[in-house]
Every structure is written in C-alpha cells, then in structure tokens.
Design a protein around this ligand. Structure first.
Ligand SMILES: Cc1ncc(COP(=O)(O)O)c(C=O)c1O
Length: 418
C-alpha cells in the first residue's frame, strides 16, 4: 500500500510509485487491457506500432506535413513573438463572442480572398472544422455520400450529426452516382488528395455529379492547400471548380505548418456557423499570436512557387525511384506510401528503415483497414537530391529483408517487382 493509500484508506494500483491512482471498475480495466494485449504486448519493442526508434539529427525524417518547409521561417516566428508581446489586450474565449474587425475576422477575410470564396471560418483544427461543418449541414434525414478513404474527421462529423453514411468505393464515380440515384440528394464528401495513399480524387467528375443531382459538395483540401494550384490555392482552384463547390475544408497543420483549420464557404453560412457548430460554441478560439503566424504564413505560401516546384520535383524523384525498385506506389503527390499490408510486415519495414536512419510514419488501424497497414513518406521541398537518393538506396537494399515481393500490394500491382 502506498503512502496516499494509508492516508485516504482508498486502494490504488501497484504501479503508482507513491502517486495516487484510483482503481477503475472492471469494464474499463478490461477495455484497457484488451487494447494493451492486442496493440502493445504483441510488438517486439513493447510500444504501439506507430512508435519505433527515436530519430536523431542525422536521420532522414519523412514524417512532417510541413510540405513547403516553412515551419522554421523567421518571419513567422517574428510575427508570433511580436503579437505575444502585445497580446495582453486580447480575450481568451470562444469565437462566438468575437466581433467584426478581430484578428480572426481579418485573417478569415484574407483566406477567403486567397481561395476565391465569399467567406472563411478559422477553426481550432482540421478535425474541428470537419466535425463542426457536418453538424451544421447534416442531420438524421441527410444521406451523406463519402469516399471510403476520406479522412476520419469527416466520418466523425457524420456520426456526430446523426446523418446516414453511404460509402462509395475509393475514387469510383460510377459507384457514387449509383448511390446518389438510389438514395437521393444529399452531401458528397471527398478529400482532394488522400492522406494515406497520396492519390488525387477525380474532382471534375465528382463535382459534376454533385451539381447534376443537386447535392452539397464538401472537399477536404488539407493536403493540397498551399501545395497545389496557382499560388497554392488548392486543387479545386487549379481545376477551375471554385464556383461549383459549396465547401472546402482544410487543416492548417500541413503546408500552413500551424495549428488550425479552415472552412471556405458562403457569407450566409459563415454568419450561422459560429452559433450552430459545437466546436465553435463550446471550445475556445485559437489565440492571437497563432493567427499572426498564420497571416504571415499565408503571404509566404502565396509567394512560394519556387518551393512548390522543388516539392513536385522531389516527390516525383522519390515516386519514380520507388516504382523502379518494384514498390507498388499509387501516389500522385508528395504523400508516398509503401504498403506491406499486415502489421508484422509493417513493423519489419519500419525497423529495417529505422536501422538505416530513415523515418517514415506508420499508418495502421484505425487509420487504415486492419490488413492495409502502410509506411507513409511525406516529402518536403527542403530535401536535397542526395538525401532522397539515400532513401532509395535503403529501399533497394531492404527489399528481400522486408519481403517486399510478397506483399499483397506488390502482387496487386500489375507490373510486379523487378
Ligand atoms: C485530410 C485531413 N483532414 C483533416 C485532418 C485533421 O487536421 P488537424 O490535424 O488540423 O486536426 C487531417 C489530419 O490528419 C487530414 O489529413
């Protein structure tokens, strides 16, 4: 019994190291130990699959979503510091209490202008943006058509709105159209660029279906805002579809390298959203110095053509090189995944890469289906060619060790391994 136990007479777990830990009822104990059995104790290093070794300063880290490599930009830090130094006058509160002319409102208007929408709503995260949006636009009577690989935050939004999901096969517009014909007008949800596979949605066809069947269209551009389109305005803009899409959402924790999310929308929607969406009402708004950083970031992104060109070159070099080695790469972008499939195979790949100082991000259930675990490489524009060549050399050297030729993804790939 620990000291606190003696003082209080309550019992605690043996692992408390003299800190007070209240025992939990059986049902919770069971849930936690089930998770540990399946997801931690089965791993060789005793940690969840997503955690391998710690990288060091010599590691090649392909994990960051800072695609334009601007998170350390001195102008962004300076803008944040200057704001922090005089932030005393700002209130820390929910956005519902903010008036016109606030820093938040000014940034929203710059984002709307940048993206070619009437309005923008700054949210605390991409997750909050998607959940809040769905709470406002859907209810239990609304059919929602959603691509199988669309981000979890939109699935969570459907759940939280109590709406009815109709999932269509990934990028399969024929399947989407059939479902819409069957269930009637509703909401179509897609990502422009998929965060696990790095492939791109057939946006023209999807938006065409949305418009023909009078559906509301929502495109999550988290991984294409800043990286794609003129001045980084995104894939919808680059295809000239801006005036045919109802909502674009995005995380500003990718190319924008901050901690926020955005909804691009109409003026009317923006007037209602703050008082209807629970994340807007019941959670505090992001802070003035974060907004100051984002406002500076927006200028850097708009002027970032050189960074985008380097990003495309780097991504293409790595994609092509991996394909030449026989890896099945479906990516069309800076997100490039190797898909061993099973968790033990993915663990072996992770270890083989990390032993050679290359670090990607493991994606497994619940981020992927159980048998589709993968290793995601996120490319940014700051990589030098020799660093990416080193990654290719490593991927070449480990092909036998990780059993790449026997992965399901390799076998599915028409060309097969060389
Ligand atoms: C496509 C997509 N949408 C939304 C989000 C959520 O963004 P945030 O991290 O800002 O909550 C992510 C982040 O992983 C994402 O990849």
């Amino acid at each position: 019994m620990c000291r606190k136990d003696e003082e209080t007479g309550l019992s605690c777990s043996n692992e408390c190291n003299d800190r007070f830990v209240l025992t939990v009822p059986d049902f919770l104990e069971q849930r936690l130990s089930d998770f540990e059995e399946v997801s931690i104790k089965t791993r060789l290093n005793g940690k969840p699959l997503v955690l391998g070794k710690k990288p060091d300063q010599h590691s090649i880290i392909l994990q960051s979503n800072d695609y334009l490599n601007i998170s350390m930009h001195p102008d962004i830090s300076r803008a944040q510091i200057e704001k922090l130094e005089k932030a005393g006058q700002e209130l820390v509160m929910s956005a519902v209490f903010m008036h016109d002319g606030s820093d938040k409102a000014l940034f929203e208007s710059s984002m709307a202008e940048f993206a070619g929408f009437e309005s923008a709503i700054l949210c605390q995260s991409g997750w909050a943006a998607n959940v809040g949006l769905m709470q406002v636009i859907a209810d239990s009577t609304t059919p929602v058509y959603i691509d199988f690989l669309t981000h979890m935050s939109l699935w969570e939004g459907i759940k939280s709105a109590g709406a009815i999901p109709h999932m269509f096969m990934h990028n399969d517009t024929g399947h989407l159209e059939k479902l819409v014909q069957q269930h009637g007008k509703g909401i179509i949800l897609v990502d422009s660029l998929y965060s696990t596979t790095g492939d791109i949605a057939p946006l023209r066809d999807i938006i065409d279906i949305a418009n023909r069947y009078d559906c509301v269209s929502v495109v999550d551009e988290s991984h294409s805002l800043g990286t794609h389109g003129p001045q980084g305005r995104g894939l919808v803009a680059s295809l000239g579809l801006t005036d045919r899409v109802h909502f674009i959402t995005g995380s500003l924790a990718k190319a924008f390298a901050g901690r926020a999310g955005i909804i691009l929308c109409s003026n009317r929607f923006a007037r209602c959203y703050p008082y209807m969406a629970h994340p807007a009402i019941f959670s505090s708004a992001i802070l003035p110095h974060e907004i100051a950083g984002l406002a500076t970031t927006l200028g850097i992104i708009a002027a970032g053509d050189e960074r985008r060109v380097k990003l495309y070159e780097n991504a293409e070099f790595l994609r092509d090189g991996l394909r030449d080695l026989g890896y099945a790469i479906v990516s069309q972008s800076q997100i490039i995944s190797l898909e061993p499939g099973t968790e033990p195979e993915t663990e072996a790949l992770r270890d083989a890469l990390e032993d050679r100082n290359v670090f990607g991000s493991v994606f497994c259930a619940p981020a992927t289906p159980k048998n589709r675990a993968l290793m995601r490489f996120s490319v940014h524009c700051g990589f030098e060619r020799d660093e990416l060549q080193y990654v290719l050399d490593v991927c070449d050297a480990i092909r036998d060790e990780v059993g790449m030729r026997n992965w399901k993804s390799t076998k599915r790939n028409k060309g097969g391994a060389k």
